[in-house]
Design a protein around this ligand. Structure first.
Ligand code: MD6
Ligand code: FE
Length: 218
């Protein structure tokens, strides 16, 4: 994929489905009807399982801060990454997946053609200005037939969507507050990432971006 996805703040309308691949879509503003409930639920999750900066297996500190909800959470330290039913910071299970989040994710998955999405984890990443996510594949899940649903909140970010090799030049698109990305099927293992965030404070969330990705991991 060589061309940038032709989309900016003005082109895409709520209710459209912007295609990034045969089974990969941006749903602009799709999360808006759930927004108030979602932000309220996030506050509770953050209290129970605060954001923390994890180490990569290389021993480097990730620039994003991470937490999770659902039956499993993604955890990383200098020894490797894995999904765990227990939050290592508290020794307790992760906060439950809020109903509004599950409903939003299933509804977005359906919109993208994935009918029986049954996520058991939501990875929650917080980006402060300057934080980034290098090109990676999401391949720690057991079942690649399930899609991934990603919800963007707060400051806008430039999302990179590449091919099946790290060296494939990625397309770029902006993800705004309330946008949802769904991808799966033949696009499930594409490389993707996020450029370092500019500080463009969001009216509700201030100088941060929060990204929720729901998956079926177990
Ligand atoms: C982010 N997202 O948007 C990082 N992965 O902050 C991801 O890494 C991601 O958005 C798989 C599917 C959708 C995503
Ligand atoms: Fe990812």
């Amino acid at each position: 994929m060589c061309d940038d996805i032709p989309r900016d703040l003005f082109e895409a309308e709520q209710g459209q489905r912007v295609s990034m691949g045969a089974q990969a879509f941006i749903l602009p503003g799709f999360a808006r009807p759930w927004m108030d409930q979602l932000l309220e639920a996030l506050k509770g999750i953050q209290t129970q399982a605060p954001f923390r900066q994890m180490l990569t297996p290389g021993g480097r500190r990730m620039s994003v801060q991470t937490t999770a909800c659902g039956n499993l959470g993604w955890v990383s330290n200098e020894y490797g990454y894995r999904y765990s039913p227990i939050d290592p910071a508290s020794g307790q299970p992760w906060p439950a997946m809020p109903d509004c989040l599950l409903e939003l994710a299933q509804s977005a998955a359906r919109e993208a053609g994935f009918n029986h999405f049954d996520p058991d984890t939501c990875l929650i990443n917080r980006y402060l200005p300057g934080a980034r996510m290098g090109l990676h594949q999401d391949k720690d899940e057991r079942d690649f037939t399930a899609p991934i649903v990603s919800v963007s909140l707060g400051m806008p970010a430039t999302f990179l969507f590449g091919g099946f090799n790290r060296s494939d030049r990625p397309a770029r698109t902006i993800l705004n507050h309330g946008d949802v990305v769904v991808w799966g099927g033949e696009d499930r293992l594409r490389f993707h990432g996020v450029l370092p965030l500019a500080d463009i404070p969001h009216p509700q969330l201030g100088s941060q971006r929060i990204n929720l990705t729901l998956r079926k991991a177990g």
